[in-house]
Every structure is written in structure tokens, then in C-alpha cells.
Design a protein around this ligand. Structure first.
Ligand code: NAD
Length: 490
């Protein structure tokens, strides 16, 4: 019998399931099934694909055990499972299957300037089979939900969830079949790196969400086959708090965006840069907010055990370099689960690991800065560029600071909510990734374009004459005319 992968509830330490560690031939077979199903799926009208995807949305909402599966393998609070992961999944389905989605995929007519006798029709076709590789921190939102956009575009998908939290994806795969949705259109395979590599070796495009090192390997593998990729990687998102900000509101957002899902959120606030005159008050307000957090209800478990070691190392490094632990700082010893106390660090400095490397855990470092220029210099020195937020009562000034941040998406006077604005692209720059999710930009990524140049309905009668003058045999009279035209136009 094949070895399985044991799945453990991080909040209790109890085993919750086992999944097969599928070898590369299984993955190849899943891609072949998806490939066989793709033409029929693509041939369905856009509205019909949308109807089927929305039918699945309803099933996800009504299913009595999906949220139990999700919380049991991730250890996150039920609230985050439903109010963030499920809500987002349904909202994204609504958007991509609606009018905006259809508009993004419509043929576009463009008029060439010089040859006005022609018109270019830009046509978008699905790319074929998309391999979606997901992380463990959002078992639904960055796994099945990342399949929705490629599916709406007429691709079929093989999803490989993380080996740490694959049960939710398998659960959705089951619901897909029970809902009578077409066979082979959504496949789920389980396993670790070998299964991920095999997927990259057979699909037509990879949509990867995960760590930077793995993303680099995915990019190298995809380059061998010249297939397109979207990489959604880690970040070190800054929160910049200006002295005129609404400090209680900023502190509330800092605490939520740093400790939601115990800090295991890609666009979380990873570091705060606050103007010096208000820095102490800001730290006090954060501390007050944090005393209200309830372990297990507001702040869940740390899903991945190795993360606890990283968090401990970063805190030790920060303290050794002069930071002060205001609250927290330790793993909880009173429970069999993997919990770490939400930790607030004051006096952070740019040379600390906690200010440079992705933490992805429940630590909030706060650094006082002399002003906007220093904040931007430190923020933009990062190799990452995923997200961020800027806080000021002067919205225009905050927007100006936001524009100067090197990031794929920035909130003004809020944090995390940018992920729910599914109408607008969100993605990473620099080491945080390539490509985007959301908006028409994301839909078009999952299509290959073809341009069909045809005669203009009114001026097309000129085409035979122009072709006879401009093609073989080359005439010096035509060249003289072209030269004159160039001088006149340019
Ligand atoms: P990871 O890179 O360890 O794993 C991600 C996925 O890749 C898993 O399914 C894993 O099995 C698979 N994989 C591993 N090696 C592979 C290989 N060689 N080829 C193909 N696939 C391979 O990441 P993780 O620890 O699961 O997730 C945490 C990271 O994800 C964090 O850095 C976080 O910031 C990032 N993340 C980013 C976003 C975003 O939208 N930018 C969202 C969520 C998480």
C-alpha cells in the first residue's frame, strides 16, 4: 500500500485524516482527464459555465461540514473560515461569472491607424489545463477559489493543495461531483513537492501561491516548457502611520491585520513605521487592543509547526538588537495545540530579521521614523513588494504616499480589505511575485490571445488595390510615396 500523508489539527494535535501522497503518474493522469474534458467545458456558453460555478457556490454555503473540515486542518477560528474564506470564494464567483467577467473575455475590435481599410479582432481563448498549486494558510481561498477565474475562462483545472491542509480541497472536489458538475473539469491531486513538480511538467499554465523559494523553482520548471505562470508569493507589507492619523482606528487595524489567522496571511501587516511624535501612543493603543484578543476565538493556532521556530528566532534576534517585547513573546505551553502568543515589539530597527524577512506569524514590530521620507525609504528597501497600508486624515496625502510605495496593492486607512475588492488586480512586485489575481487583468491572464486581421466593413474595398501597390513587385514609385507619408506622419 502507498504511504499516506497524515493531517493533524494544529489547534488540538489530534489526527483528522490521511491523504495519498500521489506519485507523478497519478498527476499526469489527472491532467490527461482535465485535458479531455476541456474542449466541451470551453464550448459551453460563458453564462452556462457561470451558472454551474454559482451552483457550486450555493453548495459550499449550505454544506454542513465544509467549514468543520477547514477549521480542523488549519486550526483557524470558525469566524475566519466563514467570514473570510467562504465569503470571498462566493464573492469572487459572483464577479467572474457576471457581466464584468463576460466583458473581460469579449472579442475586441481595434482599428489600425495606417491601414484603416482593416480591422483587428482580438480574440481570447482559454489556455487549456491550468495547474493551481496552493499554500496551507487559506485551504479554500487560495486553493479552490484560485480555480474559479481559470474555470470561468473555459480552462479546466488540476488543483494541488498543500500537503499540510489538503482536506478542504478534496471536500470541494467531492461537492463538485455531487452537484453533477462536468467530470474532469476540476481535478484534485494530493502530495508534496514531487506532485507539484509533476503538475508543472504537464499543464499549460501554472497558478502558484506559496513561498518565494518554491516560486523560483516553479518559474525555472515552467521556463523549460515556456509555459506562462502566475506567482503569488510572500511579502513584508508595511503599515505607514502618519502623525495626523486616526490612531485608535490605525491601531485596531494593525492588530487585526497582524494577528488574523495568527499572522499567517500573505498581505498581513508585517511591520509598522510610525512617525516618532505618535509612536509611543500608537504602541500603547495596540497593546490595549491586544489585551482584548481571546485565544482560540479571535486568534487561532499556528498551522505549520516550523513557523513557531522562525517566530521565536525573529523575536530573539530583535530583542538582542534592542527591541522590547511589550506583550506576548512565547509559545503557549498550556495546550496540546500549536499556539503562539500575539507579540508586540516596540523599538524595532531596520537591521532586525523581523523587519526584513517574512514572519508570517503573530508578531507585530513597530518602528518610530522621522517622517514620510524615512518611512518610504525603509519600506521600499525590502526585496518584497506585496501590499501595505498608509494612514492619515489627509486622504490625498496618504494616497500620494501610497503611490510611492513599491507594492502591488495598498490600502489607505484600512488593511486587508484590498483582497475583497475583486474588481481590481492584486499581486506582488519584486520578490513577491508575477501576475495578478482579480479584475479583468486576472481573467485575461488565463487566456491566450489571437489577433484576426480582417477587412473593415466600409473601407475594406481598398484592400485589393493597396495590396497590389505595396506587395510584389516592389516599385520605386511606391517607396517614394511611403517615404513621403512617413515624413508627413512622423
Ligand atoms: P510553499 O512554497 O512551501 O508551498 C506551496 C505549495 O507548493 C504547496 O502545495 C507545496 O506542496 C508546493 N510545492 C512545494 N515544492 C514544490 C515544487 N518544487 N514544485 C511545485 N510545487 C511545490 O508555501 P507554504 O508554506 O504552503 O505557504 C506559505 C507562503 O505562501 C508564504 O510565504 C505566504 O506569504 C505565501 N502566500 C502568498 C499569497 C499571495 O497571494 N501572495 C497567499 C497566501 C500565501
Amino acid at each position: 500500500m502507498r504511504d499516506g500523508i497524515a493531517i493533524v489539527n494544529p489547534a488540538t494535535g489530534a489526527p483528522v485524516g490521511e491523504v495519498p501522497d500521489q506519485p507523478p503518474p497519478d498527476v499526469e493522469a489527472a491532467v490527461a482527464r482535465a485535458r479531455a474534458a476541456q474542449p466541451a467545458w470551453a464550448a459551453l456558453p460563458f453564462t452556462e459555465r457561470g451558472r454551474l460555478l454559482r451552483r457550486l457556490s450555493r453548495r459550499l454555503i449550505d454544506d454542513p461540514t465544509l467549514m468543520d473540515t477547514l477549521t480542523s486542518e488549519s486550526g483557524k477560528p470558525r469566524y475566519e473560515a466563514e467570514a473570510i474564506e467562504l465569503f470571498y470564494t462566493c464573492e469572487l464567483t459572483r464577479y467572474v461569472t457576471g457581466r464584468a467577467g463576460r466583458r473581460a473575455l469579449r472579442d475586441e475590435l481595434r482599428r489600425p491607424f495606417v491601414f484603416a481599410n482593416k480591422r483587428a479582432r482580438v480574440v481570447r481563448h482559454p489556455r487549456g489545463v491550468i495547474g493551481v498549486i496552493g499554500p496551507w494558510n487559506w485551504p479554500l481561498l487560495n486553493n479552490f477559489a484560485d480555480c474559479i477565474t481559470p474555470l470561468a475562462c473555459g480552462n479546466t483545472v488540476v488543483l494541488k493543495p498543500s500537503e499540510v491542509a489538503p482536506l478542504t480541497s478534496l471536500h470541494v472536489g467531492r461537492l463538485w461531483r455531487e452537484a453533477g458538475l462536468p467530470d474532469g473539469v476540476l481535478g484534485v491531486v494530493t502530495g508534496g513537492a514531487p506532485a507539484g513538480r509533476a503538475l508543472c511538467d504537464h499543464v499549460d499554465m501554472v497558478f502558484f501561491t506559496g513561498g518565494h523559494a518554491t516560486g523560483k523553482e516553479v518559474a525555472q520548471r515552467a521556463a523549460e516548457r515556456m509555459i506562462p505562470i502566475v506567482l503569488e508569493l510572500g511579502g513584508k507589507s508595511p503599515m505607514i502611520v502618519l502623525a495626523d492619523a486616526d490612531l485608535p482606528r490605525a491601531a485596531r487595524a494593525a492588530v487585526w491585520s497582524a494577528f488574523a489567522h495568527s499572522g499567517q496571511v500573505c498581505i498581513r501587516t508585517e511591520r509598522v513605521l510610525v512617525e516618532a511624535p505618535v509612536a509611543d501612543r500608537f504602541v500603547d493603543l495596540c497593546a490595549q487592543e491586544m489585551t482584548r484578543l481571546r485565544a482560540g476565538v479571535d486568534v487561532g493556532a499556528v498551522t505549520s509547526r516550523p513557523l513557531i521556530d522562525r517566530v521565536e528566532q525573529q523575536i530573539a534576534d530583535a530583542v538582542a538588537r534592542g527591541a522590547r517585547v511589550v506583550l506576548g513573546g512565547k509559545a503557549r505551553a498550556d495546550t496540546p495545540g500549536q499556539f503562539f502568543q500575539p507579540t508586540l515589539l516596540a523599538g524595532a530597527q531596520p537591521d532586525m530579521a523581523v523587519m526584513n524577512d517574512e514572519t508570517f506569524g503573530p508578531v507585530l514590530p513597530v518602528m518610530a521614523v522621522s517622517g514620510v521620507d524615512e518611512a518610504l525609504r525603509i519600506a521600499n528597501a525590502s526585496r518584497f513588494g506585496l501590499s501595505g497600508s498608509v494612514w492619515s486624515r489627509d486622504t490625498a496625502r496618504a494616497r500620494d504616499v501610497a503611490r510611492r510605495l513599491h507594492a502591488g496593492s495598498v490600502c489607505v486607512n484600512d488593511a486587508l480589505f484590498n483582497y475583497f475588492a475583486v474588481e481590481a488586480p492584486i499581486g506582488g512586485v519584486k520578490a513577491s511575485g508575477l501576475g495578478v489575481r482579480h479584475g479583468p487583468e486576472a481573467m485575461r491572464q488565463f487566456c491566450r490571445v489571437e489577433t484576426i486581421l480582417e477587412d473593415h466593413p466600409l473601407l475594406g474595398f481598398l484592400s485589393p488595390f493597396l495590396a497590389s501597390q505595396l506587395g510584389f513587385p516592389y516599385r520605386s514609385r511606391s517607396l517614394r510615396l511611403i517615404r513621403r507619408l512617413m515624413r508627413w506622419l512622423y
